[in-house]
Design a protein around this ligand. Structure first.
Ligand SMILES: NC(=O)c1ccc[n+]([C@@H]2O[C@H](COP(=O)([O-])OP(=O)(O)OC[C@H]3O[C@@H](n4cnc5c(N)ncnc54)[C@H](OP(=O)(O)O)[C@@H]3O)[C@@H](O)[C@H]2O)c1
Length: 299
């Protein structure tokens, strides 16, 4: 049996854990901050429930074949405290997070040849600490190399569609283009319907245009039509949908500002590409997060 540890049994980690558990082919352990007697999920494919082994302290952990990291990118340093006990001589570590810098974020803590970056497209939320709601089908993409192909094999027999790509850079930058306008919702604390307004739509386009320019400078093959496609998709999304940046701000949790918009500004600066819209959004959201902009929505 393949030994797998999942760090961060939240919306993504919990969903993946339950799907892997169903295959009956793995020895699975959750690495969590608190005990979890059971985990359940409602998904388009039905209801799942399991009692899984849980470690709540890094000192309890043992070496495994695969570590799946599903914490937020803001938690990299705390996540890394698990690695010394989990990672043995042949362990691979898959990073199931948003962003384009999976390797850069975790290379201070792990040899890069162990890291498998994963693009996650799976809409899920956690209405309770032990319950997950998966809203649609899950899709993941990994680089087309030996580790990526092993990751595809690991997830086989689950309903998550995992594929390799020979152009992973373009895959993650395309996803980032889709995420970049979400900062508008987090700033306004308004769901996706706000994108249907003409001026907000123009602002969303500008955020995506900056992302495309920086992504191209980084080597991603992004077509001009990405800009229109992103805004159209947002306008057609369920009007009440709430992205994770918005949800995290509304609930007073740390926001993934840097992996979603800060990275566009940082890498834009490196390439001499102006990113004024993303820079303003990042500055405003960071000021709200650190309290320098006044009381949070929870006041
Ligand atoms: N949810 C989605 O629809 C979705 C879609 C695509 C991509 N993503 C990306 O996937 C990543 C994970 O997001 P998510 O939505 O699954 O987040 P989430 O629901 O907040 O789950 C994060 C989990 O990590 C746990 N955690 C935090 N620090 C930890 C530590 N030091 N040790 C162990 N566990 C720790 C949290 O524990 P607590 O319960 O104690 O807080 C929580 O269970 C993010 O990068 C996100 O952007 C999410």
């Amino acid at each position: 049996m393949t030994r797998i540890a999942i760090i961060g049994p939240g919306s993504i980690g919990g969903a993946v854990a339950l799907w892997l558990e169903q295959t009956g082919r793995h020895d699975l352990t959750l690495c969590a901050r608190r005990p979890l007697a059971k985990l359940s999920m409602d998904s388009p494919a039905g209801h799942l429930e399991a009692r899984l082994k849980v470690w709540t302290q890094p000192a309890e952990a043992e070496p495994v074949d695969w570590v799946l990291v599903a914490t937020k990118a803001t938690q990299a340093a705390a996540t890394a405290l698990w690695f010394p006990r989990l990672v043995g001589p042949t362990t691979r570590v898959a990073i199931l997070q948003n962003g384009v810098e999976h390797i850069e974020l975790f290379s201070p803590y792990l040899p890069i040849e162990r890291i498998v970056p994963v693009m996650v497209a799976l809409s899920s939320e956690r209405p309770a600490p032990d319950h997950i709601l998966q809203r649609g089908p899950g899709r993941m993409v990994v680089p087309d190399d030996a580790k990526g192909r092993d990751f595809v094999a690991l997830l086989q027999d689950t309903p998550i569609d995992v594929k390799t790509s020979s152009d992973f850079k373009t895959v993650v930058w395309r996803k980032l283009c889709g995420n970049a306008p979400g900062v508008i919702n987090a700033l306004l604390l308004q769901p996706t319907v706000v994108m249907r307004g003409e001026k907000i739509g123009e602002l969303a386009r500008a955020l995506v245009r900056e992302c495309i320019a920086v992504g191209r400078a980084e080597g991603a093959a992004l077509d001009d039509d990405v800009e229109g496609a992103v805004v159209q998709a947002l306008r057609q999304a369920p009007p009440d949908s709430i992205n994770s940046l918005h949800a995290d701000r509304a609930n007073g949790r740390p926001m993934e500002i840097d992996v979603r918009n800060g990275v566009i500004v940082r890498l834009g600066r490196k390439h001499g590409i102006p990113t004024p819209c993303n820079a303003m959004a990042v500055a405003l959201l960071e000021a709200m997060q650190d309290g320098s902009a006044g009381p949070s929505p929870r006041g």
